[in-house]
Ligand binder design. Structure first.
Ligand code: CMP
Length: 143
């Protein structure tokens, strides 16, 4: 199996609901290491750019509003097949369809306010990590 890195966000709903610890514990119990983590307040410009792939979708404006409504936690996760593993641990985008024990089932509210984000592929993971973390910052934290 390949050691990979993926990008993750504990979204503003989960932070507001005091669920950072639940999310972190579920990721760690699932075998992923938290390589880097910081709490930020996403700006409107950052949210618009981060989710630019969805800009034609009807939910784009609400999504940008949601992601900027309060602090979130951005993370770099590392582990065997971390991208796919994180997506398993998160569960389906819609918490109503997420499997028992997944983060979105445990903590998510609805398809928008779904507690967490995880990269969907190696190329997007690289871009998303670089969007919030500098190379020197990650080098200093590497174990
Ligand atoms: P995420 O994995 O961060 O990727 C895009 C986000 O858009 C998704 O999680 C949800 O927060 C949101 N989203 C996806 N589909 C919908 C939808 N149909 N309605 C509202 N929000 C959505």
């Amino acid at each position: 199996m390949a050691i990979e890195r993926t990008f993750s966000i504990v979204k503003p709903d989960a932070v507001a609901n005091n669920k950072i610890g639940t999310v972190v514990a579920t990721l760690e119990a699932g075998g992923l290491k938290i390589l880097a983590q910081k709490m930020i307040r996403m700006t409107e410009a950052q949210a618009k750019e981060f989710y630019a792939v969805h800009k034609e979708r009807p939910f784009y404006g609400d999504l940008v509003k949601f992601m900027t409504e309060g602090p979130c936690v951005v993370q770099v996760l590392e582990g065997d097949n971390a991208i796919a593993r994180n997506r398993e641990i998160m569960g389906a985008t819609n918490p109503a369809e997420a499997a028992e024990g997944t983060i979105r089932k445990l903590v998510g509210t609805n398809i928008e306010r779904n507690a967490c984000h995880g990269s969907d592929a190696a190329d997007t993971a690289k871009v998303e990590i670089g969007f919030f973390f500098g190379g020197a910052e990650l080098a200093a934290l590497s174990r």
